[in-house]
Design a protein around this ligand. Sequence first.
Ligand code: ATP
Length: 358
Amino acid sequence: MGTVAVHGLRKSFGKVQALDGVTLDVPDGSFFVVLGPSGAGKTTTLRAIAGLEKLDAGSVHLDGRDATGDTPAARDLAMVFQSYALYPRRTAYENIASPLRARRCSSSEIAAAVEQMSSLLHIERLLQRRPAQMSGGEMQRVALARALVRRPRAFLMDEPLTNLDLKLRVEMRTELTRIHRSLGGTFVYVTNDQVEALSMADQVAVLKEGKVQQVGTPTEVYERPANQWVAGFVGSPSISLLACHAEGDRLVGAEGWTLPRPRWTTAEDRRPLLLGLRAEDLSVERRGDASLPGELYGLEPLGDRTVVDVQVGTEMLKVKARPTFTATPGERLHVTVDLDRAHLFDAGTGLALSETGR
Ligand SMILES: Nc1ncnc2c1ncn2[C@@H]1O[C@H](COP(=O)(O)OP(=O)(O)OP(=O)(O)O)[C@@H](O)[C@H]1O
């Protein structure tokens, strides 16, 4: 078993409210990612689960049992940090073996466990090296092996891939998903990288200023963001947001454009709204019934695609186009909108409008 549940966590540091009522339910065996910008309270949440933070309020339940007052050791959780925290004078083998030695496991048990983990993480050839003789990526693998060898109740990981270069990070994302699948433990993984979150998680909790904004599968969080902030934080390039309101069967933009009103929206006429459009749901190359007039502001060629910045009045739209797309700044363009994939938010509260009938 390895369920982790936190309820109503509150923690302030002086005037900073780091956690403002955080409630999360991590199912047994899941890869649960806590995603948020710097300062959102991710590390504090993880430290609270681990028993390293004295809370102002709230509770931590492990496997259904109240563990709020338990010492970190009694919780049986393993933590992996972005700094590898390996013993510098010990070999990789000794580093990985250290939690088992502390438990007084026999030498043959230790040898078998280290062999299994080093084969899982492809680090067999590193076992006799000390940290100074390894690259950052290799040290991170050893640190992971040391956490995984213990078979704790759950693994808590605090941005473990941050210090790796981009290529290694992408490789380790796939590795971690594979390791999770083959070991089957509960992973609580903290990151500010939305691509990491969307690519690895079973469930994502999006955190902002100590408050949970949304919990859901990566698809739910991306396709049905609970509010304007989540829509803007998840997805690259960022979702474009245009001020508008509904009027009969049209959506009318503050910048004068109109579009057919999406079938699925129940918004009453004249209520101030924001229309959220993702770059991949817009096109400057197809002409359709629903389109917005604008002019080219700039192009960002990204190799496999070009992001086209189109100015609509004073607002900016980001549109994904073929890598060969070209146009000159100031050129008039029509942006075709896939309204079935658009999002509407209340401009006052930022909350997504209900989408009955979508
Ligand atoms: N020991 C501390 N003393 C004072 N303030 C703290 C302390 N720990 C955290 N904070 C503050 O609490 C807030 C949440 O911090 P936390 O480290 O949990 O955020 P985070 O989401 O993990 O950010 P990052 O991605 O930058 O690590 C921040 O404003 C931070 O400055």
